[in-house]
Design a protein around this ligand. Sequence first.
Ligand code: ZN
Length: 183
Amino acid sequence: MSASSRKDNDIARQVVAHAARRFDEDGNPLDAWQAISFALSADLPLPPSVRAYLLDAARKIEVLLPAPGRVDREVAAAFGLQGKQGSNLFDRADRKTHDFTVAFQVWHRDREQPPDAKVMATYQAVAAEHVERCPCRTALKWRAVEHAWLQYAHEIIPRHLQSQFPNAKPGAILKATRTRPRS
Ligand SMILES: [Zn+2]
């Protein structure tokens, strides 16, 4: 496995775990689908609750006999993807999930930076790769990447590192915990 695909695999593993945790908390099937998408694309096992959700949907789909004109609605219902009255489940357009994934990329990208590199260079690198790597196919400015990092860093930086730098800002922790040796 190449270094970059190993890195993608690490990111996928963490996104799967995080999406499954959110699914367990709020039951939003979109979180399950994010876990499914990342798990399958990286050949990872599905978390138990996500697997149970998928199995349940499969069983419902398998026996579905919708009346004409009701196919869309009943399929959506089988997947738990029907919004509550008047609301659209997809409205949240999952900014949170998106930005969380961006923040993960910051963490992983920064691990490879030389000890003295500016943190901004990491944000810029993640921003530059974004259109290619993200399903949203949207260009991100480095400021947006920084914003995502600042928002989710506390969920991503391993606890033992956070406790080593209790008063440091998330950007400073990145720099302080780089593992690449000085050349
Ligand atoms: Zn994106």
